[in-house]
Design a protein around this ligand. Sequence first.
Ligand code: GTP
Ligand code: MG
Length: 345
Amino acid sequence: SAAEPNTLRTPIVAVLGHVDHGKTTLLDKIRGSAVSEGEAGAITQHIGATAVPLETVSEMAGSLVDPSDFDLPGLLFIDTPGHHSFTTLRSRGGALADIAIVVVDVNDGFQPQTIEALDILKRTGTPFVVAANKIDTTPGWNPHEGAPIQQTYEKQSQNASQRLDSNLYEIIGNLSDEGFSADLYWRVQNFQKNVGVVPISAITSEGIPDLLAVLMGLSQRYMKEQMEIDVAGPGAGTVLEVKDERGFGTTLDVVLYDGTIAEDDTVVVGGMDGPIVTDVRALLQPRPNAEIRTEKRFNKVDSVTAASGIKIAAPDLELAMAGAPIRVVRDRELDDVIAEVEAEL
Ligand code: GTP
Ligand code: MG
């Protein structure tokens, strides 16, 4: 039976993979933005977060996602950098994830940070799907904007479909070398045992309906228990970035993964000289489908429930650290919460 509304939190979906394999472009396509184009050298240098509502998911996925089949509110996507120098950020993004997408350029195949991403997911035991991206660059490819993969695949020449097949089987073989039993997603019966590979193009949107359907299905079927949180409980999150914001002073971009945070809540956050205790002055929420990293117009809200990306303004945040935990104290002993934060630093 369907759960009570608003008792399930949004699944956190980390997007991982080698540099330039198309993680940010994929998210741009899903949320209708152009973040990748604004990046210096198209290199992502920070972790991002974007809340994509169920309506947007089902609009993109067309007939493959019927919103009435789901009682999850949507998906919170975490973008991560693929450049080799950002290992810490990838681990941080991976650690936040309930589920992940490993993006692999179908022509470029497995690369060092592809393997690094798989190692992170192995370590954290996070279920994932592989998006075999850039299928539109297959020689002779005849694109069908926004089509599910089977539909566009059937319309390709034998040459093009064979080129794609051989690239896909190489990826499946590489996954097997890394210890994962994988197959094209429509052949996978049990997504807990086998990794599904979804061929997509982040430019033509081909296969993106399939990718979203697989993500929603995985979240709903296998992770519902994990999503049933005490929404009224004290908020817990991870700091993505510490930033100066005009009119607010030093602020924190946070991924809240549990409970609720409200204005005036006392919070403990990890800092360079140890835990910082402060009171929330303002909660600034990005609009739906907006990347917190680039958002300019935040909505001031009284409280936020997990999972969300949220900008927090509070006094005394100058020494707060990216990657540090943040905890709402609520009716707990302050010393206990400080100890909890200290243990995670
Ligand atoms: P990092 O964040 O630096 O790791 O890179 P990224 O994985 O986010 O790659 P990004 O989305 O910035 O894309 C890199 C380049 O590949 C850009 O020029 C994109 O336009 C291009 N690209 C991404 N996806 C596709 C695709 O499906 N087809 C084609 N033809 N180009 C793509
Ligand atoms: Mg990127």
